[in-house]
Each structure stands twice: as C-alpha cells, then as structure tokens.
Design a protein. Structure first.
Length: 106
C-alpha cells in the first residue's frame, strides 16, 4: 500500500518516542481538492476496524477507507529542502501533480 523510506521511518520512530505515541499507528490520509490536487495529512492514532493496515520499515500504518485508493503505491519520504529545512513529502503516482523522479530534475 504505502511505502516509507528508511529516512522517513527513522524520523517517524523518533517522533513517536518524543511525543509518547509508542504503541500507536501512523495514520495517513489524502483527499482530492476541488482543483484535482491532493492534500495529505498524517499523525499518530489508534486504528479503527474499517482501516486498512500495513507495515513499512517497522512503522505500523493505518489508512481510512476514504483514502485507500488515493494512497495506493505512494511513498512517504523525509528530505532536506532548500535552507536546511527537513520535511515529509509524498511521492504518489495517483496524484495529478506527481512527476516521476527522473523527470523532476529537468
């Protein structure tokens, strides 16, 4: 379902420890906006019996049914942006704004 890079997994596990969220799952959500683009959200949460469950690099992931198809085959990464700021980013082939990595450098 969703892949998490090693860098993102390390940061997520650190955040779990720092916020006393150990034992919770990482909930990831996506919704389609009016212009067709995707809006993403994530946080630590308990799972619901309707959620999709998966595991990537030791991180338990839950996704509500409304986000499952939007997030299929997405990748969550944690990267350094300009100015040394780090952010989580989604690479999602379902998102109309998605560009494959080999096209992003052009």
């Amino acid at each position: 379902m969703i892949n998490i890079t090693e860098t993102a997994a390390k940061q997520i596990k650190t955040a779990m420890e720092e916020t006393d969220a150990e034992g919770l799952s990482l909930r990831i959500a996506a919704k389609r906006l009016e212009d067709g683009s995707f809006d993403y959200a994530m946080g630590f949460d308990h799972s619901d019996h309707n959620d999709s469950h998966s595991r990537s690099r030791g991180v338990e992931i839950v996704v509500a049914p409304t986000s499952t198809e939007l997030l299929r085959n997405a990748t969550l990464d944690y990267v350094e942006m300009d100015g040394g700021e780090y952010r989580y980013i989604f690479s999602n082939p379902n998102d109309p704004g998605h560009r494959p990595a080999n096209e992003q450098a052009e």
